[in-house]
Design a protein. Structure first.
Length: 66
């Protein structure tokens, strides 16, 4: 069972899941400032803190100059 709520206690049966990208594997869990009470993975949490918006699903690829 997965939870996205920050207040839910993690046990052997309940694991955290990122509210934004749904990953369950991260080095650090962060609380969301936009979706209060929800948890984010490290990548999504840092992006949200820096840009004040949720991390997009995919970033556009940078074009390389020829």
């Amino acid at each position: 069972i997965y939870t996205e709520d920050a207040a839910t206690k993690v046990t052997d049966r309940i694991r955290r899941r990122c509210f934004n990208c749904y990953t369950s594997d991260t080095s650090t869990w962060r609380r969301s400032n936009i979706a209060v009470g929800k948890v984010l993975c490290n990548k999504c949490g840092l992006f949200e803190r820096t840009h004040q918006r949720p991390r997009p699903e995919q970033f556009p690829h940078k074009r390389t100059s020829l």
